[in-house]
Write a new protein. Sequence first.
Length: 235
Amino acid sequence: MHLRLAKLSDEPAIVDICTRAFMEEDLFGRVIHPYRAQYPHDVKIFWHEWLRNDWTNPRNKVIVAVSTADDQQEHVIGAAVWQRQGDDAGAQRIIAGWTDPGTFPVLPSTHNRAADPSKKEILAQAASFTKHYWAGPCATNWYLSLCCVDPDVKGRGAGRLLVRWGLDRAEEEGIRASVMASEGSDGFYLKCGFDEVVGNASEGGGNPLRKEGVKGGNILFMWVKDGKAVEGAAV
């Protein structure tokens, strides 16, 4: 098992993994896709759109965990999207080094019958309630915006490798790392190297995530280690 940057040809496998991994997750399942039982294949449309949006952001690195089978063919078993936030020199280097992934294949349909259209942008609508956690020195960080592992190989270390990819880079740069965890995954992230739960995505009156009673959503940070802050980085 090893990690590498994702290729455009990996997109179908990543989408398939996300669809299966998050099918019954509270936010992506119950809230955003209440009709997933009737139209399970339509959920892939959401993940195609999500992943393509992430992939075309110059701040993002799409990473895959791959295993090699007996036939020597690589098989994608997990994926992560790490975003370099901030306006420092490190962030500018990531942006400057971005490579256009190319043209994605046209989807057969973009009509997602499994979804509640009014909930599609619920995360973006809720962002203003927790943006203060990423203000000031915390604005400079590596943010794990997506992490998923094939349910068939869960527990074999792929998730830990994907998380450590970004934590290692944050430590090398002397900056923070952050993640918004799904239900029940706080312990996993703390074992991987995150230091503290600082808040929750559903907090604040009027927050649509709170209104829907979304489970999970704890916000975790890895803090800058003593003496590790690089020159010019916010600490």
